[in-house]
Design a protein around this ligand. Sequence first.
Ligand code: ADP
Ligand code: MG
Length: 241
Amino acid sequence: MTMTAASSIADPAASATAYRLTGVTRTYRQRERTVTALAGIDLEIAAGDFVTIQGPTGGGKSTLLQMLGALDRPTSGSVRLGDLDLARASNLDLGRVRAAEIGFVFQGFNLIPTLTAAENVHMGLEPLGLDRDERRRRVTEALDRVGLADRHDHRPGELSGGQQQRVAIARAVAKHPRVLLADEPTGNLDEHMRDEILDVLDALNREGLTLVVVTHDSAVARRARRRLRLAKGTISDITRA
Ligand code: ADP
Ligand code: MG
């Protein structure tokens, strides 16, 4: 992503909103009980921000991330990503958004063990219908960005946990997504590897990528520009708490 000098003055993109959530609720029916996972969320996330979401288990973090990721729809309310309301979009549009606009990173890496790092990254590009040269270029660029230029041909089992998570990040950013969503991306990593991932996330954010990271780890949250807390389905801003 490049920005011209002129665009930094009055470009609306400079202060654009990535997400605008209004009155988002999500309830689940469990036998005769109704569980409220999200109890009415109003939230704006600015393009280019680095947001973390903390909070107790069961507080609704994964549910919220699924809304942001076009993986689930709210019971009520709207979830705008750019011009599209994910709550009302067709399944086809949601599929397109997931494939092209949203990068996902999970605690367990979710790499395919029989494929090399490059092949794993390549997989993430398949739905985009890019030509062969462009795909190759993107795979190389993405592995470079996460510092794995020399690990293209390694399989996950031949990589450290931190390196595996960097492959997963490369797979997510190769599509040039609008946002990167991560659910406990450092949850399976020791401190050293955690810092390695934090440095990669920091660098991607400085390049302009919007990050939303669910985490239990306050070392991760300290890197964020904006810290949110989600408990009992209700969100609060704890950036300066
Ligand atoms: P967190 O990620 O913060 O631990 P979740 O979003 O996973 O929280 O869960 C929020 C609440 O919604 C919890 O009470 C959980 O049990 C409930 N919940 C989440 N997913 C489902 C589901 N598929 N069916 C029923 N209840 C669910
Ligand atoms: Mg969770």
